[in-house]
Ligand binder design. Structure first.
Ligand SMILES: [Zn+2]
Length: 128
């Protein structure tokens, strides 16, 4: 899943117009609405670990956190069911939210260590 440059350009505008919102809603449906809300609620976190400088993107959900590999993968159940198993789609709203957040630079940054990363990954890798 990758957004065409024309959509990236739309998302780069400081203020999205009603027209832009309608355009994305027509294309992505409810996923766009949920993704935009998730970004506005500040639930996207970019972890940067040292000394490796590895970066991990997390989207905070209701009960847990989802690990998102940009444009590729998310650990949530709907991605597993709809993208991996039934192949109805190639994204969930977390994947869309991560892209919106990165493009618009509307994410939180968290610095941590590689030692801590190993512990965090035990939780993040869960797919249930
Ligand atoms: Zn997801």
């Amino acid at each position: 899943m990758s957004l065409p440059q024309s959509e990236v350009n739309r998302l780069l505008q400081e203020n999205l117009t009603q027209n832009d919102i309608e355009f994305f809603k027509n294309k992505y449906g409810k996923k766009f609405v949920k993704a935009l809300r998730t970004v506005e609620e500040g639930k996207i976190v970019r972890y940067q670990f040292s000394p490796s400088e590895a970066v991990t993107w997390i989207v905070k959900g209701r009960g847990r956190q989802y690990l998102v590999i940009p444009e590729i993968y998310c650990t949530c159940r709907s991605f597993y069911q709809e993208a991996v198993i039934s192949r109805e789609t190639n994204m969930c709203y977390h994947l869309l939210a991560q892209r919106i957040a990165e493009i618009r630079e509307e994410y939180n940054t968290q610095e941590s260590t590689d030692v801590e990363r190993r512990k965090l990954y035990v939780e993040w890798r869960r797919t249930d």
